[in-house]
Design a protein around this ligand. Structure first.
Ligand code: SAM
Length: 276
């Protein structure tokens, strides 16, 4: 797709590292990402960071409508050119971190939507958390992230790689890593490999008050080298004996570490300890 490179050159476009600009031009990869997202003609799609519009164009071919939020105004002439044959695509020049749920709801006319994005690395986790904790959440989130982040996010409990974020995400959705993408596929080439993940939002835990569970997870990961027991006892000022009792009731070893506790057990422990 040399025409994109020509368009960038013609417009004297300079990649802005600060905005995490690493573009994809490989047609097969772009199509594969849209396939991973399971986009159909009924879907309204939200994209963060269209860049030169290469992914946007592929989404527009498959979806009903696509709304893309781009922070960098310098991309306007390039996006105009790339998306001139995509009447179902709208680009909004705005920092997506500053778009609130109500604004998004108005833009999309309160319709259901899916997210597809080759995310700028510097805001991967805040953007994912913003969507999953939203009062107007999407049906699914398909995003390109750093490979090591993908591995952390898709891992289930009982692995040392798991972090507080992946546990929190498990409260809202099921994570699948759909493909690994070599750094060579990006322009300019970044220092790390990437992967595409899809989070399918589920409602398994819809009736659970998530706030105390998230507080418990945060406290458990407070000091990574300490045991779950010590972290929880310090954070909530609960006696170690009481916590040991609860862990015993749930058949959990009292020396367990935060990363080894499953999401279902976090929910059960929060309830038994009366965290609110
Ligand atoms: N989607 C394009 C592609 O796949 O080739 C570009 C992806 S590039 C990794 C990330 C894009 O997100 C850039 O165009 C960058 O300017 C944009 N961006 C960075 N921060 C943003 C923000 N806060 N809100 C909206 N767009 C942002």
């Amino acid at each position: 797709m040399s025409s994109i490179i020509d368009t960038l050159k013609k417009n004297n476009f300079r990649f802005n590292k600060q905005f995490g600009q690493n573009f994809i031009t490989d047609q097969n990869l772009l199509r594969a990402i849209v396939d991973d997202a399971k986009i159909t003609k009924d879907d309204v799609v939200v994209e963060i960071g269209p860049g030169a519009g290469t992914l946007t164009k592929e989404i527009a071919k498959k979806a009903k409508e696509v709304f893309s939020f781009e922070i960098d105004n310098n991309l306007a002439p390039i996006l105009n050119e790339t998306l001139q044959d995509c009447p179902n695509s709208t680009v909004i020049f705005k920092d997506f971190q500053k778009v609130d749920d109500e604004q998004l709801n108005q833009i999309l006319n309160n319709r259901e939507y899916k997210v597809v994005a080759n995310l700028p690395y510097y805001i991967t986790t805040p953007i994912i958390m913003k969507f999953i904790e939203s009062t107007y959440p999407p049906k699914s989130i398909t995003v390109m992230v750093q490979k090591e982040v993908a591995e952390r996010l898709k891992s289930n409990a009982l692995t040392s790689e798991i972090g507080a974020i992946s546990l929190s995400i498990a409260l809202y959705g099921d994570v699948e890593m759909t493909r690994v993408v070599s750094r060579k596929m990006f322009m300019p080439e970044p220092n790390v490999d990437s992967a595409v993940i899809r989070i399918d939002m589920q409602n398994k835990y819809d009736n659970i008050d998530k706030k105390p569970v998230k507080k418990l997870i945060k406290a458990a990961f407070n000091m990574r080298r300490k045991t779950f027991l010590n972290n929880i006892s310090n954070a909530f000022n609960i006696s170690k004996d009481r916590i040991k009792e609860v862990l015993k009731e749930l058949n959990i070893d009292e020396n367990i570490r935060g990363e080894a506790v499953s999401i279902d057990n976090y929910i059960a422990i929060a309830k038994k300890l009366g965290i609110n």
